[in-house]
Design a protein around this ligand. Structure first.
Ligand code: AKG
Ligand code: FE2
Length: 333
């Protein structure tokens, strides 16, 4: 049987930067349909490929540290917002035995990388300091790409300049943006469950970089799982729940998971993702336009920071919560 592949749009960053109307329209289509697309980064390929190679080097260095040392930076001990530190295998709900996950993560906070006020001293192993120049460069580069995507979407959605999505995602404003480095554990071939269970991301935009297959999305057209293979010089960009909330459900967050290819054992797999999240004070509601419908919920409007706390509770739960809650896509308003 052929591998069912997701037919994703390929959006060209250079054309978005030029304000190309056709490209902006296709970006909107992709964001409405499945909430995920490839972003062609050819125009900054030279810069990005060096950064990406260096970040893989950091990833390997971090995960090669002894377990006890990694646990000194336990993400659940370093802060309430889970923006800094290490998560060992098995802490989250997942598709492996006993409903556990099968991957390690290490989160590095934007606020620390940029040295925003009050965040210069975030606790970290020394290896992170060695890569701080690259981390800063990466954060600034991806953030400026996110500005272009947010700007293009705002224009396609006819959002007035005063409510442009990029105004709620300013580089130097306090937010829970992170760079997340992931390492999946190799599994025996009998282990068919997904080490990273189905979920939506809680932020606005996720920029995913990987050289290995494993990612699957649940598409709207088939309501079934399809594979998203990595493409050289392309990031995989998906929309998260915040984007859905900020457009009153008009744009959709993408449901995805990671697991082994058919008849193949799950290999050790590396990926990393920059997660653009709303500024802490952002009111999590959309601006009505000719496309964006009015907000229908009677629930109080949360701030970006409150919204994040609520979703973390679901992710860390011991059991899969009720169907309604577990995805919490922000689509059912
Ligand atoms: O590892 C991947 O390909 C996906 C990671 C992911 O979905 C996440 O970190 O939220
Ligand atoms: Fe994700």
């Amino acid at each position: 049987m052929m591998l069912p592949l997701a037919k994703l749009q390929i959006i060209d960053l250079a054309l978005l930067q030029d304000g190309d109307n056709g490209e902006i329209r296709r970006l909107l289509e992709a964001s409405r349909e499945n909430g995920i697309f490839y972003l062609n980064l050819q125009c900054i390929e030279g810069k990005m490929s060096t950064i990406i190679d260096t970040l893989y080097e950091l990833t390997r260095g971090l995960y090669d540290m002894p377990y006890e040392e990694k646990m000194m930076y336990d993400v659940d001990k370093l802060g309430e917002m889970k923006c800094n530190g290490y998560k060992p295998v098995g802490r989250n709900f997942g598709g492996l035995s006993a409903q556990r996950d099968g991957f390690e993560t290490y989160a590095i906070p934007k606020s620390g990388i940029l040295g925003l006020e009050g965040h210069q001293d975030f606790s970290r192993p020394f290896i992170i300091d060695k890569y701080m120049g690259t981390l800063k460069d990466f954060t600034q580069t991806v953030h400026s790409i996110a500005d272009t995507v947010n700007d293009s979407l705002s224009s396609a959605l006819q959002i007035p300049q005063s409510a442009n999505l990029k105004l709620f995602h300013r580089l130097n404003a306090p937010s829970s943006d992170i760079l997340r480095l992931l390492k999946y554990q190799a599994q025996p071939i009998e282990q068919r469950g997904a080490p990273h269970a189905a979920h939506t991301d809680l932020g606005t935009l996720t920029f995913l970089f990987t050289e290995q297959p494993g990612l699957q999305i649940c598409t709207t057209s088939t309501n079934d799982w399809e594979w998203v293979l990595p493409m050289k010089n392309h990031a995989i960009v998906n929309l998260g729940d915040s984007m859905s909330l900020l457009t009153n459900g008009y744009l959709r967050s993408c449901i995805h998971k990671v697991g082994p290819l058919p008849n193949t054992a799950m290999p050790t797999r590396y990926s990393f993702a920059y997660m653009v999240r709303p500024e802490d004070q952002t009111p999590m509601t959309g601006q009505e336009t000719s496309l964006i419908p009015p907000r229908v919920s009677n629930e109080p409007i949360l701030t970006g920071a409150q919204w994040l706390r609520k979703k973390f509770k679901v992710l860390r739960s011991e059991l899969r919560p009720t169907d309604q809650d577990w995805v919490m896509t922000g689509q059912q308003l």
